[in-house]
Design a binder for this molecule. Structure first.
Ligand code: NI
Length: 473
């Protein structure tokens, strides 16, 4: 008879968890409503990491476009620290913006992005690596990074100097390790300035704030020009845990010990089951022979946990296919959404890892942006993206030579991100659409979901078939 109790127990547990989750969502919803000013849009999403939500805060003004992604924890202290950082970054951006010419900015608005990568180290311990970019047109793109080692169980961030036992000997040891890793690095070896690395390690005020942990290594992320030539961008050097034992504080030798042994396993390698699948999902033959008019709907900057899902549903309802140009940093959070998108037969496009202007990067950096994004999409779906779209449409010969897959722009810009007005988007489509049009929208905006429905209805009525961008090319 004992066996019958288990289901009841489980039901009770599910019940309790369910109620807890519901009230949690409710709290999120109400919080969401109370915040946000005009022109500003804030959304809260659950991530695949327990205890971490993702906030996306976007704002479109006449002179600038802001998009900030950041994690929100359950504890107040961690959130407070992160908010302080976000506030001061935005303050610097606004100060810089105030120095620029208003009229020029109205023609080409400035951009401010903050995005982050999250690395689980152990249960309740994450490295949060923020990348920040301000872009004011021309060649001025300011990039920086900020690292938080978030101990969720204690609701506090850990200082790098708690992890590294900072003495003269350990600094020497660390220098030797970094020097060696740079020299052996495929990309960075040619660009290292040894003297700069030396003066970095010798700096009295060096708190190793550029260091973060992953599940297998200690990583040092340097600023552009800090220890390498500019073409190397912001180099990251990984030191596996079994190498760094001697420089760790006693507490952390123990804490990271387990990792050392797991360290070399290929946990992070993408699964290699990809190539066969990739070919059979291309170019449905059914379109051939039809003489009807075709358009390609394309969606940039996603995936988004709600809006992308809604758009995929709408597309199915109208028997339409589309192309999604996605950011690797977002695919990382929502692999399941991308998987469903691929299974529904939509085309997968690469839109770089975190939306940098590629014309400002070295070819190694461009390659990394493209490769990492291909890899994460491949991990999620088993397919390699078939098309690429450069952020801001900014491209040149050296960008093109690195990408390796066709680069696709658009013929109709709906300006959905600017108007947030579904009827305005529809009107732009009505005024411009013709056979072979490539329509640009952004699946991160709620207003775009409404626009998609209007556009699909209109296109159907006018006898257009919505196909992937590769099919209209
Ligand atoms: Ni974009």
């Amino acid at each position: 008879m004992k066996t019958t109790r288990l289901p009841y127990l489980l039901l009770t547990i599910f019940g309790i968890v369910g109620v807890a989750l519901l009230s949690y969502f409710f709290i999120l919803e109400t919080e969401d409503l109370s915040e946000g000013t005009k022109g500003e849009n804030e959304q809260i999403e659950l991530s695949k990491y327990p205890g971490v939500d993702i906030i996306t805060n976007t704002m479109e003004e006449e002179t600038y476009h802001k998009a900030i992604h950041y994690p929100k924890f359950e504890g107040e202290q961690l959130n407070h620290e992160i908010n302080e950082y976000l506030e001061s970054s935005q303050q610097s951006f606004r100060e810089e913006l105030a120095k620029k010419d208003k009229q020029r900015l109205k023609m080409r608005p400035a951009n401010f992005y903050i995005t982050f990568d999250i690395y689980p180290v152990e249960e309740q311990l994450y490295s949060i690596v923020f990348s920040e970019e301000s872009y004011f047109g021309g060649a001025n793109s300011l990039q920086s990074t900020r690292i938080f080692l978030a101990d969720v169980s204690k609701d506090q961030s850990i200082k790098q100097t708690d992890i590294i036992n900072d003495t003269k000997e350990t600094r020497e040891k660390l220098y030797a390790l970094l020097l060696n890793a740079f020299k052996e690095h495929e990309t960075y070896s040619d660009y290292l300035f040894e003297e700069d690395l030396k003066s970095w390690i010798d700096r009295k005020d060096n708190t190793f704030s550029n260091m973060y942990l992953t599940n297998k290594a200690m990583v040092f992320k340097f600023d552009k020009y800090e220890v390498t030539a500019g073409v190397a961008g912001m180099p990251e050097i990984e030191l596996p845990y079994d190498q760094v034992r001697e420089i760790l504080s006693t507490e952390w030798v123990e804490r990271l010990e387990i990792k050392g042994s797991v360290g070399n396993a290929e946990i992070d390698q993408p699964k290699e089951e990809v190539t066969e699948k990739e070919t059979d999902n291309k170019g449905p033959a059914k379109v051939e022979g039809t003489t009807g008019k075709r358009v390609a709907l394309t969606f940039d900057d996603g995936p988004h946990p709600e809006n992308t899902v809604k758009i995929v549903d709408l597309l199915e309802r109208y028997d339409a296919k589309a192309t999604f140009f996605m950011l690797g940093s977002r695919v990382d959070f929502y692999p399941n959404i991308v998987k469903k998108m691929a299974e529904a037969g939509h085309e997968l496009g690469n839109h770089t890892w975190n939306h940098k202007d590629l014309t400002l990067l070295s070819s190694d950096q461009i390659e990394l942006e493209v490769k990492d994004t291909n890899r994460i999409i491949q991990e999620a779906t088993g397919q390699i993206p078939s098309v690429f779209r450069p952020p801001y449409g900014a491209t040149n010969k050296s960008v093109e030579s690195v990408i390796g897959i066709p680069s696709v722009l658009w013929t109709i810009d709906t300006l959905d991100w600017k108007s947030h007005d579904p009827n305005q988007v529809l009107k732009i489509v009505q005024d411009n659409v013709k056979d072979g049009s490539i329509i640009l929208m952004h699946d991160i905006h709620g207003s775009t979901v409404e626009a998609v429905e209007l556009v699909l209805k209109y296109l159907q009525k006018e006898g257009y078939q919505c196909v992937t961008v590769s099919e209209v090319l």
